[in-house]
Design a protein around this ligand. Structure first.
Ligand code: PLP
Length: 404
């Protein structure tokens, strides 16, 4: 048993240890220690209802049996074999993902940024081989594609424009849903268009169906690649297994991460057979197709399909949206939007970080991707009771902030 005194010492040394972590972002004082289902607990025993979902990652909830079992079983058989060899879970996972998505080939990495980095390289390989050296990739304003230098260059975030110069050249940004701007940006130097079907970090903004269909036509006509970055929207998040199913078209390259490992660092790039064109040495990585990650990914994706978590995300997303609509007139919430369990809304004032902080104090985790926006992305296993509990805390905080 830990005595009160020992507990205090532990907290004090944790406090001191924070000085050993490189500063990259402001974090609240608490230290997370344990998770189960929809909840996280900190080292002081406070419980938090998690509507950030590990940043749209922990789709099966925290510490689910499915992942614990897959980890245990695979860890006792084979943790790592080297990227030089096939391994059994790599083959099983690749064939499962390609058959579920209608894509043909899979390449695995650990993060979303790396998956996109792979997509960028494959698009340039296509440009070099099939389009006379074309290398430019068009992406959208307000998009987010990750934090490697190329992924940051692809990202359409205003605040990043001046960062880490010189950027990787070869990216053009056009406003989402503006087909004329896009047509104008296409030149003989264009090898691909890369798009989030719903901009996640940008604040939950959807591409229009007509716009996406037009992109597909344009890409087919010009022989340029259509890349969907479904790092955030993939694996059931939007109420379909893949967000492109809402649009009835397929990409040439699809990138997945976040939910695919349910919390294990895992990402994938899926490609059509016509673009199975890397040459030996073009692409790789020490941890590509690493057995432990592959076994987890396979277990997570199987659980999503078997439990119809995409269907459940659609249903619970409707309920969440209805409940938000119900309370919105009271607090002046606007523009409740999104699909499935990727939901955004606008606050009446640009005080998102205060709302986030006050919700945290009341035991609710939510995210504010920009000062006047709130984003919700709970685990796909969220229940109506969890949503009711969330709405209750959220209303209480809004009441205090906007009615005081
Ligand atoms: C989170 C995210 C990324 C980056 O993924 P990391 O795993 O953080 O590298 C890329 N694209 C989109 C759409 C994302 O939401």
């Amino acid at each position: 048993m830990i005595t009160q005194n020992q507990l205090a010492t532990t907290q004090a040394s944790l406090e001191e240890a924070k000085q050993s972590v490189l500063f990259t972002t402001a974090r609240p004082d608490l230290v997370m220690e344990r998770g189960e289902g929809m909840y996280l607990w900190d080292t002081e025993g406070n419980r938090y209802l998690d509507f950030i979902g590990g940043w749209a990652v922990t789709c099966l909830g925290h510490a689910p049996a499915v992942i614990r079992q897959a980890l245990q079983e695979q860890a006792s058989r084979l943790i790592h074999a080297s990227p030089a060899y096939y391994n059994r879970p790599m083959l099983e996972f690749a064939s499962r993902l390609t058959s579920l998505s209608g894509m043909d080939r899979a390449f695995f990495m650990s993060t979303g940024a790396e998956a996109n980095e792979g997509a960028i390289k494959l698009a340039r390989r296509h440009g070099a081989r099939n389009l006379g050296g074309a290398y430019e990739i068009i992406t959208t304003v307000n998009s987010f594609h990750g934090r490697t230098l190329a992924a940051m260059s692809a990202t359409g975030k205003k605040q990043w424009e001046a960062l880490f110069a010189p950027k990787v050249p070869g990216f053009r940004h056009v406003p989402l849903n503006d087909i004329e701007a896009l047509v104008e940006a296409v030149t003989p130097n264009t090898c691909a268009i890369m798009l989030e079907l719903i901009q996640g970090e940008g604040g939950v903004h959807s591409a229009d169906a007509a716009y996406v269909r037009k992109l597909r036509e344009l890409c087919d006509e010009k022989g340029i690649l259509l890349i969907f970055d479904e790092v955030q929207t993939g694996l059931g998040r939007t109420g379909k297994l893949f967000a492109y199913e809402h649009f009835g078209i397929q990409p040439d390259i699809l990138t997945l991460a976040k939910g695919i490992g349910g919390g294990f660092p895992l990402s994938a790039m899926l490609v059509k057979e016509a673009y199975n064109i890397f040459e030996p040495g073009d692409q790789g990585g020490t941890y590509t197709g690493q057995p432990l990650g592959m076994a987890v990914g396979l277990a997570v994706v199987n659980a999503i399909v078997e439990q119809d978590l995409a269907g459940k995300a659609a249903e619970q997303g409707r309920y969440l949206t209805e409940q938000l609509e119900r309370i919105s007139p009271r607090y002046g919430l606007n523009n409740i939007r999104g699909k499935g369990l990727l939901v955004g809304l606008d606050l009446p004032e640009a005080n998102g970080s205060r709302i986030v902080h006050e919700c945290l104090q009341e035991g609710l985790l939510i995210n504010s991707p920009s000062p006047s926006t709130i984003r919700l992305m709970p685990a796909l296993i969220v229940t109506k009771a969890d949503i009711d509990a969330m709405i209750q805390i959220f209303s209480q905080v809004l009441n205090r902030v906007y009615k005081a």
